[in-house]
Design a protein around this ligand. Structure first.
Ligand code: CP
Length: 318
């Protein structure tokens, strides 16, 4: 099969610690490829990668497309809003069409949790989950893990806070699993209405008090308020949310001096994070985007049957 022993990448839960580290180590190699003058390698020559995004995306879709192009794949994007989906074509018929066009890899984002799992059962192509409902965003968790490893070598012993709209966040659900597998302590923080009890099942700490938590953290991962997913008002006002849960310049001054600031994007500047913090030298938000390309190249490479690299020099997988 391949080094990950799977046809698809659907979630983070089913990846072992060693598999997560293998992807990160492979991403390190591809980051070197990505940042050199000649960026193209022939890993996916003759293969077709299709991006099928039923929800908006900037970073995820573009980075998958760029990763596929740098691996020499043919790429096609199904523009859902102008495709036959708007004429009522079902997911399964859209998939049959892609199958008829001999797509080898399908990267899918969908508002329904487990939609990529349904797709994977109905097609021979490899399916990569680009985010499904509230459920999972595995490549975001992988790139977030890789981005921390670049700065700290290991996640073991780190205290990582995930802050904001936890309830609606597939990033939070995938990140906390990946971070815990690699030995980090994870604390979730947000208003009670956005931090439901269901998260206790993950064995994380939970708090509603950001000011008490921040000085303890090695990594602060801020999340966006997902107003498009909220039914009714889950907090009194944006102003009140900002007062209690935004990473303001003043709150940032209470953090450890070497704290790492992260955000998966898109950011609501001035709502969950101040400009001065987002653009501070401790912020790795732009680096996360660059690393997203390298991690997605690594995922394609390993799913395509690429062998793990043997070079131990600069090994990130500790
Ligand atoms: N982080 C992330 O998933 O961003 P996009 O919605 O722009 O893909």
């Amino acid at each position: 099969m391949n080094a990950l022993n799977r046809k698809d990448l659907l979630d983070i839960k089913s990846l072992s610690k060693d598999e997560i580290l293998l992807i990160c180590k492979t991403a390190k190699y591809f980051k070197d490829v990505f940042t050199r003058d000649v960026k193209t390698v022939p890993v996916l020559r003759g293969k077709t990668v299709c991006t099928l995004f039923y929800e908006p995306s900037t970073r995820t879709r573009l980075s998958f497309e760029l990763a596929a192009k740098m691996l020499s794949a043919n790429t096609i994007n199904v523009p859902v809003t102008t495709s036959s989906v708007v004429k009522g074509e079902s997911l399964i018929d859209t998939v049959r069409t892609l199958e008829a066009m001999k797509a080898d890899y399908i990267v899918m984002r969908h508002a329904a949790s487990l939609a990529p799992h349904f797709l994977s059962k109905n097609i021979d192509a490899s399916v990569i989950n680009g985010g499904d409902g509230f459920h999972a965003h595995p490549t975001q968790a992988l790139l977030d893990t890789y981005s921390i490893l670049e700065k700290r070598e290991t996640l073991a012993g780190l205290h990582i806070g995930i802050i904001g709209d936890i309830k609606h966040s597939r990033v939070a659900r995938s990140d906390l699993i990946a971070f815990q597998k690699l030995g980090a302590k994870v604390t979730l923080c947000g208003p009670p209405t956005l931090l439901p009890d269901e998260f206790k099942q993950y064995g994380v700490d939970m708090t509603y008090n950001l000011d008490e938590l921040l000085p303890e953290l090695d990594v602060v991962n801020m999340l966006r308020i997902q107003r498009e997913r909220q039914k009714g008002s889950l907090f009194p006002s944006i102003r009140e949310y900002n007062l209690l849960y935004a990473l303001t310049e003043e709150r940032f001054s209470k953090c450890k001096s070497d704290v790492i600031i992260m955000h998966p994007g898109p950011m609501n500047r001035g709502i969950e994070i101040d400009d001065a913090v987002a653009d501070h030298p401790n912020s790795i938000i732009n680096e996360q985007v660059t690393n997203g390309v390298a991690v997605r190249m690594a995922v394609f490479y390993l799913l395509a049957g690429g062998a793990p690299f043997q070079d131990e020099e600069g090994d990130i997988s500790k």
